[in-house]
Write a protein that binds this ligand. Structure first.
Ligand SMILES: Nc1nc2c(c(=O)[nH]1)N[C@H]1C(S)=C(S)[C@@H](COP(=O)(O)O)O[C@H]1N2
Ligand SMILES: [Mo]
Length: 250
């Protein structure tokens, strides 16, 4: 009952508050665009209310797909990335900074030394296909505990090595709350092997309760921020800047 009442309250406040007084101030299109924004915010509020910290479904070894279909960039051409790959990522360094108490630079070994988790989950791409794979990685929450987010930090932004379609660098962002979810990983293994380049070597995000495009591959830098404004197109991700939803809950 409590949960239902909370949910109802969230829906009412998220749906009605922002609309009050809109019509007289905004043109029709602005109004429609804003409504879409509120619908998205509403889906985030509802998923948090219903699912809370619930885990995404996990599968068995028998369910693992024969091939984990790669998508988007599968072989970044960036010269610095090529040099790292040629040397088996021994010189890879993940930079973590922004609104944090202790900025850090981590080698792959350092990342493997963080508290880890293994999970067999289903990856859903917005294009309409799914694959099941076994991931192992460092818990992003454990890394955040070490770097100490400042109180104003609201988002975790992932900057990637690849330029998709020769355009901008891929990037993504998630809310701090999702970063602490137990299944949110900086994954370095897929199906018991080092993460293949096609799937985001050396490190990619797993954020299991959202769609595939949220799960940044080829992560080079992590930045904690208060606002997404001013980062590339300002909408929180490569695909978001091209019209996709920022909160891609499934
Ligand atoms: N850096 C980067 N991350 C990315 C992409 C990309 O093109 N570049 N594609 C996204 C999309 S749309 C999907 S479905 C998944 C695909 O992951 P996979 O290649 O391991 O299947 O990665 C996501 N993360
Ligand atoms: Mo995707």
């Amino acid at each position: 009952m409590n949960r239902r009442r909370f949910l109802k309250g969230s829906i009412l406040s998220a749906a009605t508050l922002p609309l009050a007084g809109c019509a007289d101030r905004l043109s029709r299109t602005d109004w429609a665009v804003n409504l879409l924004g509120y619908a998205e915010r509403l889906s985030e509020v509802v998923q948090r209310a219903i699912a809370g910290d619930a885990l995404a479904r996990e599968y068995t070894e028998a369910d693992i797909s024969p091939v984990f279909r790669p998508n988007g960039s599968t072989d970044p051409s960036d010269p610095d990335y090529r040099a790292l790959a040629a040397n088996g990522f021994r010189d890879y360094r993940l930079r973590v900074g922004g609104a944090v108490e202790h900025p850090m630079t981590l080698s792959l070994e350092d990342i493997r030394g963080l508290p880890d988790r293994t999970q067999i989950t289903r990856h859903d791409c917005v294009e309409g296909w799914s694959v099941i794979g076994k991931w192992r990685g460092a818990r992003l929450g454990a890394l955040l505990d070490r770097i100490g987010p400042r109180p104003n930090a609201r988002y975790v932004v992932f900057h990637c090595a690849d330029r998709l379609y020769g355009e901008d660098n891929y990037y993504e962002s998630i809310a701090i709350a999702d970063a602490y979810h137990p299944q949110t990983l900086l994954a370095y293994e897929l199906n018991d092997e080092s993460l293949p380049i096609a799937n985001g070597a050396p490190v990619r995000l797993r954020c299991e309760r959202q769609l595939g495009y949220k799960m940044a591959k080829y992560i080079m830098r992590i930045e904690l921020v208060e606002s997404l404004e001013g980062i590339q197109g300002g909408r929180g991700g490569f695909w978001e800047d091209r019209g996709y939803q920022w909160y891609a809950g499934i």
